[in-house]
Structure formats: C-alpha cells, structure tokens
Design a protein around this ligand. Structure first.
Ligand SMILES: NC(=O)c1ccc[n+]([C@@H]2O[C@H](COP(=O)([O-])OP(=O)(O)OC[C@H]3O[C@@H](n4cnc5c(N)ncnc54)[C@H](OP(=O)(O)O)[C@@H]3O)[C@@H](O)[C@H]2O)c1
Length: 281
C-alpha cells in the first residue's frame, strides 16, 4: 500500500478507525472522514503516533447531508490527483425515524445515499489510479432486508431494524450495479460483511434497543480488529485486482441474498437514487 491514497469514511471510530490505522501502518496516504472535528483530530493523531506515518489527514463532513458529501468530494478532488481505495464505511442503526435537514430519512441518507453520491463524485479520481478499488461496507443483515420501493424512506411505516437491513441490502445492490457500469475499466467495486463487531454501532439508540446491542456485543461480537480483516483484504490483496461485483464475508466471495441479485431492482434503485440526489441541490 506504499503511497496509495486511501479514503475511509467513518474513520473516527470502530471498524473504519482500525482500517485507517492498518493501512497507515502499511505506508498508505490515508484520509480519514468523520463528522466530529475533535474525534477526527484525535484519531489522526493516534494513527500518526502508532504508525509513524505522517501522511495522515482528515476531513469533517456529516455524510447524512448530500450538500456536505458534495463539499467533501470537491475538497478531495481539489487536493488529490488520484484515489486508489475508497472505503465507504460510515453507517449506523437508528431505531427512531429521523429526518435530515434536507428532508431524507436518516438511515437511507447516511447508509445508502452517502455511498451513492460520494462514489459517483470520486469516480474521476479513482479512474486516475492504476487500479482503483471501491469497497462498500454492507452487512450480513442485508439478507433480512426487503426492498420496499413504494416506501423506501419509511414514510408510511418505519421500524429501525428493517430500515437498517434494507439500507444494507441497498449497499450490496448498489455495488453490483456499479460494478456492471465499471466493466472494462481498471476500477473494481465490491461489498462485504465485517462480522458482528464490538464497536459503537447502535450505541446511539436510547433505552432497550441500545441496551440489547451493547449486551449482545459483549456476549457475541468480535473485536474491531477482527472486523477490519475483510475490508482490509479487499483494499490490499494483490490477487483481487480483477475481483469486482462480488460480496465478501470472512475474506471470501460468497453469494449474497437472492433479492440483492435482481438486476432490474438494482437499476431501479440506481435510478431513484440519482433522482433523489438531483432533487437536492
Ligand atoms: N458493528 C457491527 O456489528 C457491524 C456489522 C455489520 C456491518 N457493520 C457496518 O460497519 C460500518 C461501520 O460500523 P462500526 O461498527 O464501525 O460502527 P461505529 O463504531 O459506530 O462507527 C461508525 C463510524 O461512522 C461515523 N459516522 C456516523 N454517522 C456519521 C455521519 N452522519 N457522518 C459522518 N460519519 C458518521 C462515526 O462517527 P462518530 O465517531 O462521530 O460517531 C464512526 O466513525 C457501518 O456501515 C455498519 O453498518 C457493522
């Protein structure tokens, strides 16, 4: 990874932080993205300290807002001629329905639209790399996801876990559609499940839901270091230079849910996402 330019979203904690740190240790120029200035500064300082790599920078953006995603992309394109690895990782589980100031449902905005818009805008820089890699952190929870095209943002009925599972299904479907569009280029696109990881995932939820997540993490989850293994494999393994349009678990390409493989649904999701992005200036 020596001198590769890597951008990791959600790098202020959890799986994203470990990925950023390991990539820095391997010599990459790492750009951390997070929403909190102080957390990002602390994460960047910790990585510089532990790796002795000075090529660590950070960008602050609330990725639930398309305006901030676009401003982030424009700063990145201005500062970096090429990007070797884009790791779309920032995401979360929100039990209560929330609406962003741009009018989108929060889970949909952060977990799906941010991946969609940031990736689209950074494609020119990924195309300038010798072999650009787009890695979308999805989840095994995508298998429980159902695409509700009539009510994608839960206006009629919202429940946090189904909304999360649907958003992770979108990650897998978006990756397949993207990989098809990138055929014939040197850019690859893959998605993955990191495992059930002991991170801050779900801790934002008050009451019973937050408690259940914390307890299950104590009892069942793997460490963030273990959770980072599959995304790191996708970012670094030389033998994956031609691997695209795949879904990975435990560093192996496996078959994702039957619903995720529906190419017409993938294209429909793409079309709707592009329309929503265009409707928010
Ligand atoms: N943990 C699991 O068991 C598990 C399982 C399957 C898939 N995943 C997926 O793995 C990814 C990473 O999750 P994690 O477990 O590492 O969770 P985490 O510890 O909560 O980390 C999430 C990261 O995303 C950042 N983030 C959250 N909202 C953001 C926003 N609006 N704008 C910018 N950054 C934002 C967080 O920043 P702050 O530090 O400011 O909160 C943090 O850096 C997610 O996509 C999740 O769906 C996790």
């Amino acid at each position: 990874m020596q001198d590769s330019v890597v951008l990791v979203t959600g790098a202020s904690g959890g799986i994203g932080f470990v990925c950023a740190e390991v990539l820095a240790a391997r010599g990459a120029q790492v750009i951390l993205v997070g929403r909190d200035q102080q957390k990002c500064a602390d994460a960047a300082a910790a990585i510089k300290n532990s790796t002795d790599n000075r090529k660590i920078s950070f960008e602050v953006a609330d990725l639930s807002l398309l305006q901030e995603v676009r401003a982030l992309a424009s700063r990145i394109l201005h500062k970096h001629g090429h990007i070797d690895v884009l790791l779309n990782n920032a995401g979360g589980f929100y039990r209560q329905r929330q609406i962003t100031t741009e009018g989108l449902e929060y889970t949909f905005a952060l977990n799906h639209m941010a991946y969609f818009v940031l990736t689209s805008l950074l494609l020119p820089a990924l195309g300038q790399a010798k072999q650009g890699r787009i890695i979308n952190v999805a989840s095994g929870a995508h298998r429980r996801g159902r695409m509700n095209f009539e009510d994608l943002q839960g206006k009629l009925a919202y429940a946090g876990w189904p909304a999360y599972c649907q958003s992770k299904l979108m990650n897998v479907m978006f990756t397949y559609a993207l990989a098809r569009q990138l055929e014939g280029t040197a850019i690859t696109a893959n998605s993955l499940h990191p495992g059930f990881v002991r991170s801050a995932f779900g801790h934002n939820n008050p009451g019973f839901a937050g408690l259940v997540v914390r307890l299950s993490q104590i009892l069942l989850a793997i460490s963030p270091e273990a959770g980072a293994k599959t995304p790191l494999h996708l970012a670094c393994a030389p033998e994956l230079a031609d691997s695209s349009g795949k879904y990975y678990e435990k560093s192996q390409a496996v078959i994702s849910s039957p619903e995720s493989l529906d190419t017409a649904a993938q294209d429909r999701l793409w079309q709707i996402s592009a329309e929503i992005a265009a409707s928010i200036p």
